[in-house]
Design a protein around this ligand. Structure first.
Ligand code: 3PG
Length: 218
């Protein structure tokens, strides 16, 4: 029998996205940079943060941020298999984002205490998620997968499904997505350019966050 996601998990993703129109996708090279970056984003009004598991320091960064910034919603991204899901949850992540789906990942999201935002690029992948009662998806990589036009087309046949598009989104085009009825929030790395992190320019990151939260409307 196909395992089914409790509807409350879809509601948890809605709550998460309602907290912020943008979810910064953060890839930390060092644990030292994690706290000032996260604090700058929080001060700029962005309280939901996705830390990708793409570097050796990722799990330590999640653990530290979850402990030091309880007011922030720290999640883990680039989760590609159940072991990473478990490791991120144990580190203190409060939500999980995956770039794509497998049955194992969808089932991990059903069994876990924290919600999964599974990544899809096609309608067939979405159907696989829907079969397990997932109604909320990351749309990735959004700009390549069809951009706002694709999501607009999906809203007809799949009116109950909602998305967090990510990939190729910037302050310039984020509103094109957020204006759609089936977009909850957007994700992206534009709030934390590597050059600002290397220069320890936390004020500029705070400014980018403020500019983003004051510009984008839902
Ligand atoms: C992701 O991990 O979701 C994307 O790499 C973020 O995409 P961006 O760098 O184009 O914002």
């Amino acid at each position: 029998m196909t395992k089914q996601l409790p509807s409350s998990k879809n509601d948890q993703i809605d709550t998460l996205c309602a907290m912020s129109p943008v979810v910064p996708v953060l890839t930390f090279r060092t644990t030292e940079e994690a706290l000032p970056v996260a604090e700058a984003l929080l001060e700029g009004g962005v309280s939901v943060l996705e830390v990708t598991l793409r570097t050796p320091v990722s799990l330590d960064a999640i653990h530290m941020l979850a402990e030091k910034l309880p007011e922030a919603m720290i999640g883990a991204g680039t989760i590609t298999e159940p072991n990473l899901y478990k490791a991120a949850e144990e580190a203190g992540a409060r939500f999980i984002v995956s770039p794509g789906i497998t049955t194992e990942l969808l089932e991990a999201g059903i069994e876990s205490n924290i919600p999964l935002l599974p990544g899809i690029q096609t309608i067939s992948e979405m159907l696989e998620g829907l079969r397990h009662n997932y109604q909320r998806f990351k749309f990735f990589p959004a700009s390549i997968a069809g951009g706002p036009d694709a999501l607009k087309a999906y809203s007809g046949p799949f009116s109950d499904v909602k998305f967090c598009p990510t990939g190729g989104i910037s302050l310039e085009n984020a509103q094109d997505y957020l204006s759609l009825s089936n977009v909850m929030c957007v994700g992206g790395s534009w709030l934390t350019p590597q050059s600002l992190i290397e220069n320890k320019d936390w004020a500029a990151i705070k400014h980018l966050a403020e500019e983003t939260t004051s510009t984008l409307k839902r």
